[in-house]
Design a protein. Structure first.
Length: 278
């Protein structure tokens, strides 16, 4: 719409027509202003509308401790943190936050709730740790606090043995071996690791058998032992006739030996007999 102008040659009637058109058409009837407006003039209404619009164009954001007011022409920035969280702005008026593929948490991480928490193939449910791969591998030394108990039905090793180091293995029950008859059930390596060991093995049991080790210090004697049984190891009056080999007793074995000789008529000894004199 062109600006209304009155030239010097126009009449007062022309001025009246243009002035009425300016009031009724260009500015409008003041009585038709919205009742929610308190202004009673066009300029007042414009100022009132501007105040309302300017107020609507600003808002305040807060993190609970700090606040910031955004007004027209300001930009609200949604920003993530490397190795923690990413922010994506998309249509329409949408912000999506997501964890990055590799997440680094500088402080502590706490997962509350009674359900199952899963990290990769590892799941945590209460005090139970499970793996979807059936095996949880600890790639470092594992230490239990003093007085704590490790409970397991089976202990395995990637080697042929489980190395307990220089520590004692203590049990209030018994050691059980399911080794087949003839296979090593208990092996002593010794101080030097080589191809020589002392091996304990058993035959297939047909009934429960008990081997009792007496409460004394000594050396075990086996069928392979030689010249190791001393007289103090043999109980009194325990050697029976059946335990003596034929021709095993000579004059040197008799106590206080006495001799009986039989002579012929010529005085020649034809028989000598020995006996115990005590």
């Amino acid at each position: 719409m062109a600006a209304r102008q009155i030239s010097a040659t126009q009449t007062l009637e022309d001025f009246r027509v243009q002035f009425n058109a300016l009031s009724a058409t260009d500015f409008g009837d003041i009585a038709t202003l919205d009742s929610n407006l308190t202004a009673t003039s066009v300029i007042g209404a414009v100022n009132e509308l501007y105040a309302a619009i300017a107020g609507a164009l600003s808002f305040t954001i807060s993190d609970g401790s700090n606040t910031q007011t955004l007004v027209n022409a300001n930009t609200l920035l949604f920003q993530g943190t490397a190795n923690q969280i990413s922010a994506t702005v998309s249509a329409t008026d949408k912000v999506t936050y997501a964890l990055t593929e590799d997440v680094t948490i500088a402080g502590e991480f706490t997962a509350s709730g009674t359900g199952t928490h899963t990290l990769g193939s590892i799941s945590f449910a209460g005090s139970t740790i499970t793996s979807s791969g059936s095996t949880v591998t600890v790639d470092d030394n594992l230490s239990l606090s003093a007085g704590k108990t490790l409970t397991a039905d089976n202990i395995s090793s990637s080697q042929d043995f489980v190395d307990f180091g220089a520590k004692q293995v203590v049990t209030s029950s018994y050691f059980y071996s399911s080794a087949a008859p003839g296979d090593p059930a208990l092996v002593f390596e010794g101080a030097t690791q080589n191809g020589f060991e002392t091996i304990f093995t058993v035959v297939e049991p047909s009934a429960d058998g008990v081997i009792t080790i007496p409460n004394e210090t000594g050396t075990l004697v086996t069928t392979g032992s030689s010249a190791v049984v001393t007289g103090t190891m043999i109980g009194l009056d325990t050697v029976a006739e059946a335990n003596m080999a034929n021709d095993a007793i000579g004059q040197d074995q008799l106590k206080s030996v006495v001799t009986l000789q039989i002579l012929d008529s010529g005085g020649t000894v034809v028989k000598t007999m020995f006996g115990a004199g005590a």
